[in-house]
Design a protein around this ligand. Structure first.
Ligand SMILES: [Mn+2]
Length: 414
């Protein structure tokens, strides 16, 4: 993505900062896995959103003083010893050019910079990004920084900037939409690889391997989340992720997965017949869920509350299932479809921000389902939609979805 994307994000953030405030965002620290090995590092999403940088241990600082905004980025000082082991490190000029941030400094200059800044200016508010899940957050760099600064400057009021950034992240610019579209296109290749190898007797783990292989071969570095690859009764477990069972003739395979591209997620679900043909009963439920998704897509538009998609999906699916004599009362849909039908998609697969009214540039999922443990199968169909000026467009239109498309695809396999 261009530096301009991140410059724009920071300009939006600057507008939301109170006067006389100081703000920090941290890239995050690697997590230890074994003695001298870390887990693969994944940058903090809010930090990435504002800087475009993905290296560990760095941080960004912004100040707003009498209407004037200044930006700093603190990065590691290049070290020939470390470069010998891990490759070339970025220097001040490169970092400034890549981020559009005027004041790039090495981390070892921070104490001097912050001391000078705080002693010469009248700050009132310290803005930190407190969005972590764990209660025991002592180890997070934002906690440590907050403690150090407020101990030396106890007059500062600490405020959480996370909700502000989270709400900014709901509306995507064109380049962000492109990243999600690319993630979806790669996911489509992975789903087709699963379809190509789906047959009775295959293990869910093998299907996952084919998916992962397609992701790598098509330019994705990671899954956006742990894939759900669930055959038969496992399709009723909403967040099944063991993915280690054999799938059988006559069963369905429910997959819910997505590639990550440029740190943006895709989130797609499909339900396929293991044998290549749905049973009559599976087909009735499948087409009811598909109808529910169609109704959700028709509903999506600016100004509509995102929360309403669950009601719309339940009514549409319930109506079809009642016509087919499968349920007697719409109320039964609360049991058949117990989960939400729409969430935002972006840097987080379940993307952040208040769940209010839809607006152009938001990307949301449409993921109705129906789960029937008593029948041995569950159905979920999920696609991602971009909210436009007057409605919504499907971002994943070419992944086989109707009964006819799926059966034709499977029949045409070698
Ligand atoms: Mn989803």
């Amino acid at each position: 993505m261009d530096a301009q994307v991140f410059i724009n994000h920071r300009a939006l953030l600057a507008k939301e900062m109170p006067e006389q405030s100081l703000l920090f965002l941290f890239a995050g620290a690697p997590k230890q896995k074994t003695l001298d090995m870390d887990y693969p590092f994944r940058v903090d999403n809010n930090y990435y959103y504002m800087t475009g940088f993905d290296k560990a241990n760095q941080f960004m600082m912004m100040t707003k003083l009498d209407g004037k905004v200044n930006e700093w980025l603190f990065i590691d000082r290049p070290d020939p010893y470390l470069e010998r082991y891990f490759g070339k490190m970025i220097d001040l000029e490169e970092a400034a050019e890549k981020s559009g941030i005027a004041n790039v400094r090495y981390l070892d200059r921070f104490d001097w910079e912050i001391g000078r800044l705080l002693s010469r200016n009248n700050f009132k508010t310290l803005l930190m990004d407190f969005h972590k899940r764990e209660l025991n957050t002592v180890a997070y760099p934002e906690n440590d920084m907050c403690r150090r600064i407020t101990e030396a400057h106890p007059y500062l009021t600490v405020s959480n900037i996370a909700p502000v950034i989270n709400n900014l992240r709901r509306v995507k610019c064109a380049q962000e939409v492109e990243c999600v579209k690319r993630a979806i296109a790669i996911t489509e290749e992975g789903i087709k690889a699963i379809l190509d190898h789906l047959r009775p007797g295959v293990n869910e783990a093998e299907l996952q391997a084919h998916f992962d292989f397609a992701l790598t071969m098509n330019g994705a570095k990671d899954n956006a989340f742990d894939p759900i690859i669930a055959g038969g009764v496992n399709s009723n477990v909403l967040h099944y992720s063991k993915n280690d069972q054999v799938v059988n003739d006559g069963d369905v395979l429910l997959i819910d997965l997505g590639a990550e591209y440029g740190y943006y997620a895709a989130d797609i679900s499909r339900t396929f017949p293991v044998s290549g043909k749905f049973t009559q009963e599976q087909k009735i439920y499948y087409e009811a869920v598909l109808y529910g998704q169609q109704k959700v897509l028709e509903y999506l538009a600016p100004g509509k509350p995102v929360e309403d998609t669950l009601r719309i999906a339940r009514e549409a699916i319930g109506q079809r299932l009642m016509e087919a004599g499968k349920i007697q009362d719409l109320k039964e849909m609360e049991r058949l479809l117990p989960h939400g039908v729409s969430h935002y998609v972006g840097l987080d697969c379940h993307d952040v921000g208040d769940r209010g009214l839809l607006a152009p540039g938001m990307i949301v999922t449409m993921e109705p389902g129906a789960y029937m443990p008593e029948l041995g199968f569950g159905i979920r169909i999920e696609d991602d939609a971009l909210i436009t000026q007057d409605g919504a467009v499907l971002l994943s239109p070419t992944i086989p979805k109707t009964v006819e498309e799926i059966e034709a695809y499977m029949a045409a396999r070698k």
